[in-house]
Design a protein around this ligand. Structure first.
Ligand code: ACO
Length: 406
């Protein structure tokens, strides 16, 4: 089992300061310190040595301090599948699904749709809200477990958006915890790497890996994309250290729990050995793909209601906050009963719990930014509101972050 804890002490408001200010982020490949003597500078580029001067310009922004969440967007496929629709393909019904999960509808990518296109649509909306030009984006983090290219989708999103100014783009694979990890990674890159405009996208199409004959799992999942623009602010910018948007975080993983939730690789049936007469060809790997999602729902449920409140409580403690001081609880949208159980444990009334899974089901890495986007655009979440957010899922992975919107 592993864990990572975080507090961005140099930028946390004074009332929250509880830890040594010399340590900002450790364990992410960066070391950031108030004192210049301990800085390790990391610069990266997808465009080779000829662009070294552009990378240097990123390094010169290492003084970035605060980071703010300044824009969000989301996109869902057109195809809507209701519980009644599902009852025509598996032995289930609307009442069972809605009572046990809170889910009524989900959106599914049809065969001609592209998840990458959905991610681009969500990202464009986030940039529009943030009033940031694609050319100003210097990092794209695509949080997904279902990329349309084995090697990752982020660079294609970068290209489609028109982020031309020496950006870096890569994928983060952490299932339903992906977006929280993406947010924390964005902050690490801003504080320790000199990045300025980081687009964090959560997008998944788990419908492509669902066994549509398994009523225990096919009722849960939907497809979607959501995005948030995290912006680094120089000390002199409008966002000073008192206005930082990511107070603290708490991250974990436990490979021992993988047996409860996985979609393992499987070899294709095709056989190289035909006609090879024991040659090397017979020993080479066969083409492979992934099996459908295998899930022990009861175990995953128990895991979630046990670890999520613990993680949020830890992050709140690091931020010097209590449950009563947060405006919103924004959990990975897996099951309404999980949301309710976590809220009860944190003594938060249901009015402060953001939930939209009735309309979309569990959209994996997309669920948090999708729900955030709806809450922001409907006026529920306002600038300055504090949000406790947490992701949990396959890996197993889980983690939480205490953030401020706007
Ligand atoms: N319709 C009707 N009956 C059903 C259905 C269905 N869709 N599914 C299961 N049943 C039946 C079962 O066969 C069982 O019948 P039995 O008592 O005759 O054996 C009964 O209902 C109870 O089944 P359980 O599996 O015990 O039901 P449970 O209350 O645990 O609910 C559920 C199942 C909804 C899957 C729940 O366990 C859950 O939400 N778990 C968490 C899943 C989750 O959050 N996964 C996150 C994945 S995120 C990621 O990283 C990919």
């Amino acid at each position: 089992m592993a864990n990572a804890s975080g507090i961005f002490t140099p930028t946390v408001p004074t009332v929250r300061r509880r830890f040594s200010p010399s340590i900002g982020i450790y364990r992410s490949g960066f070391w950031f310190s108030e004192g210049a003597s301990r800085r390790i500078v990391c610069s990266s580029s997808t465009q080779g040595a000829e662009n070294a001067s552009l990378s240097e310009s990123r390094v010169s922004r290492l003084v970035s301090k605060g980071c703010k969440l300044v824009g969000c967007g989301s996109a869902v496929p057109n195809l809507l599948i209701s519980n009644d629709d599902l009852s025509k393909i598996v032995d289930t019904n609307d009442e069972w699904i809605s009572v046990r999960t809170g889910i009524r509808n989900r959106r599914i990518l049809s065969q001609k749709d592209s998840l990458t296109a959905l991610a681009v649509e969500a990202a464009k909306k986030a940039l529009e809200m943030a009033k940031v030009d694609p050319e100003e984006v210097d990092l794209v983090l695509m949080c997904t477990s279902t990329p349309e290219d084995l090697f990752g989708s982020a660079p294609q999103i970068q290209k489609a958006l028109g982020c031309k100014n020496n950006p870096l783009a890569y994928d983060i694979t952490a299932a339903c915890s992906g977006f929280v990890l993406g947010l924390v990674s964005a902050a690490c890159h801003i504080r320790g790497g000199g990045f300025k405009n980081v687009l964090v996208i959560g997008a998944d199409a788990l419908s492509r890996y669902v066994d549509w004959t398994d009523r225990g799992s096919c009722i849960l999942f939907g497809d979607a994309a959501g995005a948030v623009l995290v912006q680094g602010k120089e000390k002199d910018d409008a966002c000073d250290s008192e206005e930082d948007g990511l107070f603290a975080f708490d991250l974990h993983s436990d490979g021992g729990g993988q047996r409860h939730l996985n979609a393992g690789m499987k070899e294709k049936e095709t056989d190289h050995e035909i006609g090879t007469n024991g040659s090397l060809l017979g020993q080479l790997p066969k083409g492979s793909s992934y099996s459908c999602i295998q899930m022990n729902g009861k175990e995953v449920f128990r895991f979630a209601v046990r670890v999520v409140p613990q993680s949020i409580e830890l992050a709140l403690e690091k931020a010097g906050l209590t449950g009563s001081s947060i405006d919103w609880l924004l959990l990975h949208q897996a099951n309404q009963r999980i949301l309710d159980a976590v809220a009860t444990r944190l003594q938060l009334p249901s009015e402060r719990v953001i939930s939209n899974l009735a309309n979309y089901g569990n959209t994996s890495a997309a669920s948090i930014p999708l729900a955030l986007d709806e809450a922001v655009r409907s006026g529920k979440v306002k600038p300055g509101h504090t949000i406790a957010t947490a992701g949990f899922g396959a890996g197993l992975t889980w983690g939480s972050a205490i953030i401020r919107w706007g």
